[in-house]
Design a protein around this ligand. Structure first.
Ligand code: SIN
Length: 289
């Protein structure tokens, strides 16, 4: 049963995620914001339905959590929406022969946003402007649950390892701007992060996996690393650890990149999907457990 205090926090019933009801994100006060922040730490992913946000209002809501990153360069070579350097466009729409955003209409595989950076964003905020009639659902997966699901022997084996987070390809499989293609994770651009981290707010241990493609466990041979990573990824992306979101226009979903991975289903390329995304800076690089 939802409890009405300042707003309603309604858990999805899956391993992670909650819907926040009863708020207009254009006009939340400090008490409501504190409740939202607390719910976000508790549930890792929050859904707000029926919002009506301009880009300025999306940025203003996101900034309440902290400073924002500048949007990365899109596949179309543009950096951001004119006048809004913080907004990244996720879209398959093509206007005048130019894609207005990134990721097309294909699947975006499981990943954590921009984990190839030394200081990745702690959170992503995705707001739906246009959605296709079917497909394009986004799923989320708890990395607390992934750590909890690992057998003791596997935990001991990997507890102190670092994993290479590849900066060559994005989750749609597209080569990042200005990067030379490479399929050797040991030499490809990217960053090593601890595989097992502790969350600075919840103080709970979690895996920090990034992307499977071009991942590598430092110090292991490629074959050994691939065998261990395959085992971990199988456990970490089990259905029981996930929640799938079917989008409606006006939905805003924010997730904690430190302890959540996400993926997106493919959809019909003849339909339109336009999402605007902001990213909130983390206070620190991922913290080893
Ligand atoms: C993303 O991977 O950040 C985009 C997810 C989506 O398009 O739903």
């Amino acid at each position: 049963m939802p409890v009405r205090i300042l707003l309603d926090v309604v858990p999805t019933g899956a391993a992670l995620g909650a819907e926040i009801r009863g708020v207009d994100l254009r006009s939340i006060d400090e008490v409501q914001f504190a409740a939202i922040r607390g719910a976000w730490v508790d549930h890792q992913v929050l859904l707000f339905r029926d919002q009506r946000l301009s880009d300025e209002q999306l940025i203003a809501f996101s900034r309440r959590f902290g400073a924002l990153d500048q949007a990365p360069i899109q596949e179309n070579g543009r950096r951001f929406v004119d006048g809004f350097p913080e907004i990244y466009v996720v879209s398959n729409v093509v206007e005048n022969g130019v894609a207005i955003g990134s990721l097309g209409a294909g699947e975006a595989v499981w990943h954590t946003d921009m984990s190839y950076l030394r200081d990745p964003p702690m959170a992503s905020v995705l707001y739906a402007l246009e959605v296709p009639p079917t497909g394009g659902d986004t799923s989320f997966c708890t990395m607390y649950g992934a750590w909890d699901a690992m057998p003791g022997a596997l935990r001991e084996r990997v507890r102190n390892l670092r994993v290479k987070h590849d900066g060559t390809y994005n989750s749609g499989g597209y080569l990042r701007a200005g990067v030379t293609p490479s399929d050797d994770p040991r030499t490809a651009p990217g960053t090593l992060h601890p595989l097992v981290c502790v969350h600075p707010d919840s103080h709970r241990p979690h895996l920090y996996l990034g992307r499977r493609r071009n991942a590598w466990l430092e110090g292991l041979s490629l074959d050994e690393s691939n065998a261990v990573l395959d085992r971990i990824w199988e456990l970490a992306t089990a259905d029981a650890l996930t929640w799938r979101h079917r989008w409606r226009v006006g939905d805003l979903v924010m997730w904690d990149n430190r302890c959540v991975m996400h993926r997106r289903d493919a959809f019909d390329a003849g339909t339109r999907r336009i999402m605007h995304r902001t990213q909130i800076k983390g206070a620190s690089a991922p913290v080893p457990a």
